[in-house]
Design a binder for this molecule. Sequence first.
Ligand code: ZN
Length: 337
Amino acid sequence: MQDAPGRPRRRGLLRLLVGAAAVAIGATAMTVAAHAEVTRTSAVAAAADCSAGYVALTFDDGPTTGTTNQLISTLRSAGATATVFPTGQNASNNPSLMQAYKNAGLQIGNHSWDHPHLITMSQSQMQSQLSRTQQAIQQTAGVTPAVFRPPYGETNATLKSVASSLGLREVIWDVDSQDWNNVSASQIRQAASRLTNGQLILMHDWPAATIQALPGILQDLQARNLCTGHISPSTGRAVAPSGTNPGGGTGGCTVSVARGSEWPDRFNVNLSVSGSTTWSVRITLNGGQSLQNSWNASVTGTTGTLTARPNGAGNSFGITVYKNGNTTTPTASCSVS
Ligand code: ZN
């Protein structure tokens, strides 16, 4: 698996393709936007949409004149978010597009200064590549990255320690869309359909096929009750965007639901709330199921709808559910109380 080398070679052709894609995307994007508007009006409905968890759409090598604005507007019209990994050089050359990333609520990571094969470099060269990029992103977008993706996914122990010394968590990917390898929009969409809760997909800021595939990818995720999230710098997994993020909603809260340990007669469900510390989560068990146990929250009820509230242990909690013949994962919704 290889990360893409970087910039588009045939700029004229690319612009033409992008123009055509924009026309094609228009109609689809409107349906997505209309649906997103409905779910956004209710914190409960929006939360229920994330019942299968979060995935991170990642776009490397930007920002790029010609595609970055389309990428952002497609995400925005679907109420979605993503993680971008610009190079320091591109950031420094395109400060207004860096602002556009930031204003769209995207998570911004570090992708080295100019996309070298870092593992062939000395420790001090690695240090320079990463720290110059931190500075360029701070200066242009006003944020300090906490996640780092090495170009080509190439890493070693020295690089990991350099990243860590700069407060950066290294992240690679779970699914490679192959968009850097000239695949079609439908192949990119197909790759994204393999994503499961917590996973990251590698895409790029510049391929026309990626921009073309994006509305379909967002529709598919929504149909699977998966939401777009950000990458946790502590775990490297996709989680709900933080409450302070402009793309993450206003004033409400969201809850993610993940299936945990499993036994013949019961299973665990791990829940995590973002956006508020004074939340109330309604958990809907399926027919036959009953509560055995809970941790890190006060949970009332034993069958049907349960209510969980904070008990001082933070925003992540869990329950153990007796199956009684029903193995379906419960759903949950969050409201601020
Ligand atoms: Zn790259």
